[in-house]
Design a protein around this ligand. Structure first.
Ligand code: HEC
Length: 194
């Protein structure tokens, strides 16, 4: 039988993973895994945020699109190499179809929307679970990513025409528009084989 364990994990810096439940793990293991996952989120999210901010400062959204497009996958790979975790981003409305959610991620993203509708802040919404994937026990972790004002330059409803045109060229199936501040834009998604 799975035991449900609840514990608070507070990351050392600005990204906190809040209170998450892990089913099917010993308390100490769950704590260690969640702490590791929080570090991996920071290893990915920190440099990504910095690259976006630098890109925006250097040449506005048109320039920063290139940064996200070219640097995001490399930053994810680097974070994975540094931490040993698989790290990525996903969303119910993806821009890059490589980021489309799998079944567990889809269910979790829907759960995140329900939690937000129930009053929870995207800043604290996260979930951890141990699942069996092809006979392999795997620790999975997702943390919601809220939409800030700056995100609207590229994910909002009213994009500058040149920004929209560049996105159209790079992402013909772009669904990641029409967001408002405070929406859940997507989530960091991490996993590790146990
Ligand atoms: C300068 C334009 C730009 C800005 C500003 C921007 N993004 Fe993006 N975003 C992109 C691009 C381009 C991609 C696709 C990256 C790729 O190809 O992997 C993307 C992808 C994403 C994804 C991955 C899921 C998907 O849709 O493919 C998330 C999550 C995301 N952005 C969140 C944010 C958040 C949160 C902010 C604000 C803090 C933000 N973005 C600001 C351009 C931008």
């Amino acid at each position: 039988m799975n035991r449900i364990l609840t514990a608070a994990v507070v990351a050392a810096t600005m990204i906190s993973v809040g209170v998450v439940q892990v089913s099917g793990a010993q308390a100490s293991d769950a704590e260690a895994l969640k702490a590791e996952a929080a570090k991996a989120v920071m290893a990915f999210g920190g440099p990504l945020k910095k690259a976006l901010e630098d890109g925006m400062q250097q040449g506005g959204p048109l320039n920063a699109i290139g940064v996200c497009n070219e640097k995001a996958p490399g930053i994810a790979q680097q974070a994975a190499a540094d931490t040993g975790w698989s790290v990525a981003r996903t969303s119910l409305k993806v821009r890059n179809t490589n980021n489309a959610p799998d079944a567990w991620e889809l269910a979790t993203l829907n759960e995140f929307e329900a939690r937000k509708a129930g009053g929870e802040s995207p800043d604290t919404i996260a979930k951890a679970e141990i699942v069996e994937e092809n006979g392999q026990k795997t620790f999975r972790f997702m943390k919601a990513i809220g939409t800030a004002d700056v995100c609207l330059n590229c994910h909002g409803a009213n994009l500058k025409p040149e920004v929209a045109a560049k996105l159209d060229g790079l992402y013909p199936n772009d669904q990641a528009r029409g967001f408002s501040t405070g929406d859940i834009r997507g989530a960091f998604t991490l996993k590790k084989a146990l």
